[in-house]
Write a protein that binds this ligand. Structure first.
Ligand SMILES: NC(=O)c1ccc[n+]([C@@H]2O[C@H](COP(=O)([O-])OP(=O)(O)OC[C@H]3O[C@@H](n4cnc5c(N)ncnc54)[C@H](O)[C@@H]3O)[C@@H](O)[C@H]2O)c1
Length: 436
């Protein structure tokens, strides 16, 4: 099937063919049948186990099989299911390709992929070929070539493919999207976003010994935006990317790499092997992206210097500006004082998205994982389009390799149009809210 995105479903007349004159949201809502979604989880480390917990809290789900390189981690996930009163999933654990056996043997509706970055694309491709919806942890792939394969395989098989970018589902980001869609910020001109998250001591390296953890090898090998999806996820819909506009180029630059060596000197002394190792990864990556319709976006990756967490989302249009880090907004002609910030919170309440029915803060990542997985599973149940489609997943993912190429060349690089021109006629789909 050509272009299987949510837009593809609408355009190709799937709904019309079903004899329905309703919006896709209604299609999904009406399909909340009693059917149980059969799920596989591949990679049951920190994130995969978190997803198992969230999935267990959602009705109508059954985790059929789990897989990890470490038996204890896969068994732990299976135990969690059993303790929750569900069936015990089958445990797969032999080698790094055992996930294939799982996908070939089990009758699954969808698979959650939460392995290391290097296996995401291969698992998702195999899943789609077997008719299984992949929900892929971030980023969906490491190369533009693999990203294209995800797009083309989704189109060919007709199986939607979603990257699990949870920050797109944040309550504040969705309220901003509602306001943008109501035209309250005017015509959008510019956005800024960042992933400022010191991951040195709890992700890249073991904080007790300083030994390398799984992705640290990427810091030795590459100099690029390794983790762009959390920052750029919500921004795509604010900028109408793939539905009215498209990125045309990316120009990235890197600061010197000082943070990793400084961390090891500070924490383990000058003689620790990592204190003097040469890391290629610059501390701050800044990417400037341009769109066909003349918008600009600045993205920062900032993951190896000591600092509090921040995403610094900012959205600016002809009628105002939203600034997440300031917790503020200014709307020309509406804000009480001329050119003066006002508090964002009342707007978040007033323009709350229908996906946020109440306080979900007790759930992981403040409820975003729950909202995201509910929406993903609704799509799986309905055999319909996923909330984030393969094209948006591809745009977020491609920044990884493209930023590295641009830094190496010290020049702008063309951004691929994964929709092959369909951005010009595609209608917005992500998080369309019937209540606004
Ligand atoms: N969206 C978020 O908020 C968020 C948060 C943390 C991590 N992540 C993403 O989740 C993914 C996993 O991160 P993590 O923190 O859970 O890492 P982790 O190291 O805790 O877990 C990864 C697990 O995958 C397993 N694994 C690796 N290759 C495998 C293979 N071929 N077959 C089976 N199992 C395999 C490992 O044994 C490990 O248990 C990464 O893509 C990361 O970027 C996302």
């Amino acid at each position: 099937m050509e272009n299987i995105s949510r837009r593809g479903f609408i355009e190709s007349g799937t709904i019309a063919a079903l004899g329905m004159s309703i919006l896709p949201m209604d299609l999904l809502a009406n399909n909340q049948t009693k059917k149980t979604v059969r799920i596989g989880v591949i990679g049951t480390g920190g994130r995969g186990t978190g997803h198992v917990g969230t999935l267990l809290s959602i009705e109508g789900t059954e985790i059929i099989a789990v897989c990890d390189l470490t038996l204890a981690k896969a068994e732990n996930a299976a135990n969690l299911c059993e303790k929750a009163g569900k069936i015990r999933p089958k445990v797969y654990c032999k080698d790094e390709n055992t996930w294939k056996e799982l996908l070939d043997k089990e009758k699954l509706d969808c698979v959650i992929i939460a392995t290391y970055w290097d296996s995401h694309a291969a698992i998702a491709l195999h899943a789609m070929k077997n008719g299984i919806y992949p929900g892929i942890e971030v980023p969906a792939a490491l190369t533009v070539e693999d990203t294209w394969k995800l797009v083309e395989t989704s189109e060919k098989t007709g199986i939607p493919c979603m990257m699990l970018e949870n920050w797109s589902f944040r309550q504040d980001n969705l309220a901003v999207l509602n306001m943008k869609r109501l035209g309250m910020l005017g015509e959008i001109v510019h956005c800024h976003c960042a992933h400022s998250h010191d991951c040195i001591d709890h992700w890249f390296f073991d904080s007790k010994t300083g030994d390398q953890k799984w992705p640290a090898e990427y810091l030795l090998k590459y100099n690029r935006d390794q983790y762009p999806t959390h920052s750029v996820g919500p921004v795509l819909s604010w900028m109408d990317i793939n539905c009215g506009d498209v990125f045309t180029e990316i120009y990235s630059t890197a600061s010197a790499s000082k943070g990793i060596n400084a961390y090891f000197k500070r924490k383990f002394g000058n003689d620790h092997p990592n204190a003097n190792l040469k890391y290629r990864q610059g501390d701050i990556i800044t990417s400037l992206l341009k769109t066909k319709m003349g918008k600009t976006l600045v993205i920062n990756m900032d993951m190896q210097l000591p600092r509090p967490y921040s995403n610094r989302w900012m959205l600016q249009g002809t009628l105002g500006v939203y600034d997440e880090e300031k917790g503020s907004i200014y709307l020309e002609g509406k804000s009480p004082e001329y050119h003066t910030w006002e508090s964002w919170k009342p707007y978040e309440q007033k323009f709350n998205h229908q996906w946020w029915p109440g306080d979900l803060s007790a759930q992981s990542h403040g409820g975003t994982d729950y909202v995201m997985l509910c929406q993903f599973l609704d799509a799986v149940k309905a055999k319909g389009p996923t909330p984030i489609d393969v094209y948006d997943s591809a745009v977020m993912t491609a920044i990884v390799e493209l930023s590295g190429i641009s830094i190496a060349k010290n020049a702008p690089v063309a951004f691929p149009d994964f929709t092959k021109g369909k951005w010009q006629t595609n209608k917005p789909w992500f998080a369309m809210d019937k209540t606004i």
